[in-house]
Design a protein around this ligand. Structure first.
Ligand code: FEO
Length: 400
């Protein structure tokens, strides 16, 4: 059965939710599911903004049919070709064979790569600054390359001040009835997933996101409509400010992410001692994450959030314990930078973990090491216990 939700008097959400998918992009756990947003402008020339993943293709078609009634679809604007938003393009065109597919040059090439050339005759190519009049709505196209693929563009409806923002301002998580976000609910229920979505999906492309924010800064935006998660008609600046921090690799708040690996619990013991000392010295924001049991996407998100990164790991195969090595490489790949760093290694006979960890961290920008580096020999000794206290003091001093 159709489930169409109004956004304005003549813009409706025709997307849906998938709560069965375990891994988004077959990579990221989504315990709360995900929504695929598609928007229909019910103007003189009805216009659909993007399609959805195949898991909810039937619902999309039912929603469009319900919203349009006997009318036909005039335009399909393709903002992004990642299949979670484009795979049902062919089904929409099959249902509305007269539809004009509005896209840019890069998108048209991807459409051909994914679907063959059958849609070429009905494509209308647009570029930066081009507009499309659908009757009473005036759509403006803004290119947003690498947010998150090179063909991405966003669409600004200057009539109702709506920014259809493609992947930007999206989040993991299915929608529970309330399509519109508000700051308090979002901070409580969505922000962690929004940060994890941003940092892992487009976190690598901060400069490109900053560029898009610059273009959007001159627009009056009353409605923000991303391709995943809730839409916004208030508190938009709250989310924009988060994007400014994330895209400029500025930590959201002072705090310490302690990333560790531990084979038999001795390195974990050192981490717990350090965290307890930090807490006793007044640090409130401390997050301990075990690289063996936390999916890397959660670690990447917390690394973006906090100002300090402590990494503790055993030596393993004359290098660093593999789960920690994997997590550090994920931080590097996602361009984590501007952190204050401390390293703790454990080694019973030839400790090499610090050297291996440094080799990865040295490839990340503007990472500042604290002076205290600790080597644990098998289990925490009284002397190493004192060194943890010294490290805690140094972290506290650098937090203020
Ligand atoms: Fe949800 Fe880059 O697509």
């Amino acid at each position: 059965m159709q489930n169409v939700i109004s956004i304005t008097n003549d813009i409706v959400w025709v997307g849906g939710n998938d709560r069965r998918l375990a891994l988004f992009e077959n990579a990221f756990p989504i315990d709360r599911g995900v929504s695929y947003n598609s928007y229909l402008i019910l103007d003189e020339k009805p216009t659909l903004i993007d399609t959805v993943d195949k898991s909810i293709g039937d619902l999309l078609l039912e929603n469009i049919k319900h919203a349009l009634g006997d009318r036909s679809l005039a335009y399909l604007v393709v903002q992004h070709m990642e299949p979670d938003h484009s795979v049902t393009l062919k089904r929409v065109v099959d249902q509305y064979p007269q539809v004009v597919v509005v896209c840019n040059d890069k998108t048209s090439k991807m459409i051909t790569q994914f679907f063959g050339s059958e849609f070429a005759p009905q494509m209308q190519l647009v570029k930066e600054g081009d507009t499309l009049n659908t009757g009473s709505h005036q759509l403006h196209f803004v290119m947003a390359p690498m947010v998150h693929w090179p063909e991405v563009m966003v669409t600004y409806d200057s009539t109702q001040k709506v920014l259809f923002s493609a992947d930007a301002f999206g989040t993991f998580g299915a929608i529970s009835g309330n399509l519109f976000a508000d700051k308090d609910t979002f901070e409580r229920e969505w922000l962690d997933d929004a940060r994890r979505y941003y940092t892992n999906i487009v976190g690598k492309y901060g400069p490109q996101v900053t560029s898009l924010l610059g273009k959007a800064a001159s627009l009056q935006i009353d409605y923000l409509c991303p391709l995943h998660g809730p839409t916004w008609n208030s508190d938009i600046d709250f989310f924009v400010q988060k994007y400014k921090l994330w895209s400029s690799y500025t930590s959201e708040e002072p705090g310490v992410l302690i990333l560790f690996g531990s084979v038999y619990g001795n390195t974990e013991n050192a981490v717990d001692i350090l965290a307890a000392k930090l807490a006793q010295k007044g640090v409130r924001n401390i997050k301990i994450m075990d690289a063996s049991s936390n999916h890397h996407s959660y670690i990447v998100a917390q690394a973006f959030k906090y100002s300090h990164l402590v990494v503790a790991a055993p030596t393993y195969n004359a290098g660093v314990f593999t789960p920690v090595e994997f997590a550090l490489n994920e931080l590097k790949i996602h361009n984590v930078q501007n952190k204050t760093v401390a390293l703790i290694q454990n080694g019973s006979w030839a400790p090499t973990a610090t050297k291996a960890m440094q080799a990865i961290i040295d490839q990340m920008k503007n990472m500042t090491y604290l002076n205290t580096q600790i080597t644990i020999r098998s289990s925490v000794s009284p002397q190493e216990y004192q060194q943890l206290d010294t490290l805690a003091d140094e972290i506290v001093a650098s937090l203020s």
